[in-house]
Design a protein around this ligand. Sequence first.
Ligand code: NI
Length: 170
Amino acid sequence: MPILDIVKYPEPVLSEPTKPVESFDAGLRELAADMVATMHAAPGIGLAAPQVGRTERLCVLDLSVGENEDELLILVNPRVVEEQGNVREEEGCLSFPDLMIIVPRPERVVVEAQDLDGNPIRVEGEELLARCLHHEIDHLDGVLFIERVSPLKRDLARRKIKRRIQAQDW
Ligand code: NI
């Protein structure tokens, strides 16, 4: 399972909506396995296909970062079908190295998706899992976490990133 390169902001692929997966084939399994390996190596708790330069509607999550295989989620064609509450917490993103910002997200979400065989699955998440599910599904819609904060904070984050890119620290 090769470790894939993680695409960083502002690569355009990160802002493009993904395409629904229609073929539940060996290629999809291989991509999912490579994404899990890449997420664990980073290390991170979630990774969406655009972050490895792909356009499939696919994301992987593991709050245990490889410690507990029951916590690994591979979600094909996921969508949020219910959300409740609103919590502001600090979060990061593997496409924004070492940038933490406070982002409002639902406290609880219900997600419907498919597994690698195309079977329907339903995941309920609260707190950190809800945050991570919402963040990864945003990626699949081409939405980045800096777009979930106020224009002022977004501007500050963009300026910080620009300085780091100029300093080759990105
Ligand atoms: Ni992210």
